[in-house]
Write a protein that binds this ligand. Sequence first.
Ligand code: ADP
Length: 342
Amino acid sequence: MNKNIHTKFENQVILPELATDPIEPHLNLRPKCFDDYPGQERVCDNLKIYTKAAQLRGKMLDHCLFHGPPGLGKTTLAGIIAETMQYQFKVTAGPVIERPADLMGILASLEPKTILFIDEIHRLPANVEEILYSAMEDMRLDILIGQGPTARTVKFDLPPFCIIGATTRAGAISAPLRDRFGIQEHLDFYSPEALSKILLRSAKIMNYSVTTNAAFELAKRCRGTPRIANQLLKRVLDFAIVLQKNIIDEEVINNSLKRLGVDEEGLCNMDRDFLQVMYERYAGGPVGLDAIAAALNEEKSTLEDVYEPYLVYRGFVLRSARGRILSESGKSHIEKIKQFDI
Ligand code: ADP
């Protein structure tokens, strides 16, 4: 996730993607308001109410926890909330806050009415996490000065602030931390309809014409994930430019995706390798994720966070107490792609 993080000021990290896109610096595909954020309707409807209520009460928004697979718009939502509430927006990430003093420094320097967005919050070390408890609950830092019998605690009041935590693993967050988030929302994979809207908006910003059918075809094949949708769109545009196509139609999409190794179900090479290992080496399972990771020479956490959720969502892989099982649709997909010419 750190790929989005460009600028570091001590331990505070700012996401310039909110201002410009890292791949195309002159473009900004990240929506800044709810109206430009298709999908996640239930989450957005709830957040509109919570933000409105906080505004009417003249209070800070309660702390929020967003969980779900990467690329679904957790950071973007946090930015939209900051824009809506006219709060300042500071971004950091669990892995860069190594010591309690790092977090104290960040909290102590917050301006009033700031959202502190902590990406990968499940990766905060336990002793850092403890600092957050009193900060989130009492808006106060308890700083221990000295050691032994002469040690004393100094209380430091914090200005009004709101923590928005994002995680791909809600289960990895300790109960005491999770309980301090008054608002908790799960982001799920997007429908092709919502992704079509995102793609048409992105194409417009990039000044390219995409037919509605072509947008829908691409939307069906980007693993339900806006980040992947935008990445594939950029690569499709590369093909279109070189082939001197002024309009992206279904033919351009199909040809480009074939070259990119994205199959009819939207699965990429790693997805197919995942299914293939289960099919060929483990007769469809049950098999543990450790064994699949070893066979693929890939980190288990990457498979767990990035690839497996979509395969489970699409019903190709089933989770059971004894391990992962390749479903009937997973088996038939593998049998089909054995003849798939990519
Ligand atoms: P996460 O924080 O969940 O990993 P991000 O918020 O960084 O995901 O979103 C990844 C990219 O996808 C962003 O660049 C943003 O432009 C785009 N994106 C995500 N959700 C939406 C949405 N609902 N509408 C439009 N674009 C979106």
